[in-house]
Design a protein around this ligand. Structure first.
Ligand code: OVV
Length: 398
């Protein structure tokens, strides 16, 4: 007997439009309510917005391949804008090998060694804003702290670091279509990419740091010299903007729900869970794509082989089928299991360092700040993949 065929809902939604990116949540609900999989004709892509399907697809790498790209561009049909990432945009067995190298370098014990140094810098950054009382959470904190700790941890030279955030902005816009956001961020692409590429070579990296450790894996024969360069590039692409947005979205969350800052002050052991709740509710990475490797049935709907599927991580993270009061910021809920870091074999390899950065900066703030509130209207920064702010006017009380 044939598998029952259900009708594929079609929605006239552009997930990369200004309207969608400004306030994605009503669109997420519309897609979730339309069905477990929907068709977006504007880009001729399938979309999943419910938690269960997003989570299951992320875990089924054999059906939902990453090798044709993490974005809208199908590398089986179209030219990628850069050489594909050998970890994000790869399947096993290549992914297994490259992931193994980064797993070893970025594991919890290795990252823990950075804590004391990070704490010193966090205290300095927080001291500055406490002195001021009012400040911009983006330009004076969320961008400042990761930029002071992460490039040093990788082992980058000091000059040229102003290229790092523009590069991340380009790369995350490039997962979407070539719209105005994409074009704007690529205006200085040659300059930015030239600098980034130069920093990926062995001799550009300090002898300590993640970069040198990646080249040590090449010396050990685990990866080639060229692969080492591409893995350094992955750190530079995925390692900075994500944490800037994560810390920014944490500040936004606590300013929006100030009672939760009191809960955290009363019990700082909740910091780790609080960060997960930030990533669930204000997911810095909103979407990733996969590409089907076969005809696959999803609840009576067939997605044919070699089609792009957009997975709305941020929508799964607010799916009322999965979460109680999904739009509420509650640092005491069990947020573990959210898909803000992904799920399955591609789950964020850098999450230990993201967690360390957030934990250290929140701890430094907890020591000095008893209350956080808005001091003006936040200004959103639109990006085809990331959700965050250009500016976040805040006021803090000692
Ligand atoms: C998770 C992620 C985001 C962006 C870029 C990459 C990875 C990469 O490997 O280049």
């Amino acid at each position: 007997m044939a598998v029952q065929q259900n009708k594929l809902p079609e929605l006239d939604i552009d997930p990369f439009s200004t309207e969608f990116l400004t306030d994605p949540y009503p669109f997420h609900a519309q897609m979730r309510d339309a069905g477990p999989v929907v068709w977006l004709p504007k880009y001729e892509i399938y979309a999943m917005a419910r938690f269960d399907e997003v989570d299951a697809s992320l875990r089924d790498w054999e059906t939902y391949s990453s090798a044709a790209g993490g974005g809208l561009t199908n590398f089986n049909k179209e030219e990628p804008w850069r050489k594909p990432s050998i970890i994000l945009e790869a399947d096993p067995p290549l992914h297994t090998r490259t992931r193994g190298v980064l797993n070893k370098i970025l594991n919890r014990a290795a990252i823990e060694k950075l804590r004391a140094g990070f704490e010193t810098i966090a205290d300095e950054v927080v001291e500055q804003i406490v002195q001021k009382g009012t400040f911009d959470g983006i330009k004076e904190l969320a961008e400042v702290f990761p930029l002071r700790v992460f490039p040093d941890a990788v082992g980058l030279r000091k000059d040229g670091r102003e290229n790092l955030l523009p590069y991340g902005n380009m790369a995350f816009n490039a997962f979407g279509p070539r719209n105005a956001l994409f074009e704007e961020s690529f205006k200085k692409a040659n300059e930015v990419m030239g600098w980034i590429l130069a920093q990926c070579s062995r001799d550009a990296l300090s002898p300590e740091g993640f970069g040198a450790q990646i080249y040590a894996a090449a010396d050990d024969g685990d990866i080639s010299e060229e692969e080492a360069g591409l893995l350094v590039r992955s750190l530079l692409t995925a390692g900075l903007d994500t944490t800037v947005y994560g810390i920014a979205n944490a500040l936004f969350s606590f300013a929006s729900f100030p009672d939760q800052w009191q809960v955290l002050r009363n019990d700082p052991k909740l910091i780790r869970g609080a960060f997960d709740e930030v990533i669930r509710l204000q997911s810095p990475v909103q979407t990733f794509f996969r590409t089907t490797t076969r005809d696959v049935d999803v609840d009576g709907i067939t997605i044919p082989k070699n089609n792009k599927v957009i997975l709305f991580l941020a929508s799964g993270n607010r799916d009322p089928r999965k979460w109680e009061n999904p739009d509420e910021f509650d640092i005491q809920r069990r947020a573990v299991g959210h898909v803000g870091f992904g799920a399955g074999i591609h789950i964020c390899v850098g999450q230990m360092i993201a967690r360390l950065e957030s934990e250290v900066i929140l701890n430094a703030l907890l020591k000095r700040v008893r209350h956080i509130e808005f001091n003006g209207s936040p200004e959103r920064k639109l990006n085809n993949t990331l959700r965050g702010f250009n500016s976040l006017p805040l006021k803090i009380f000692e």
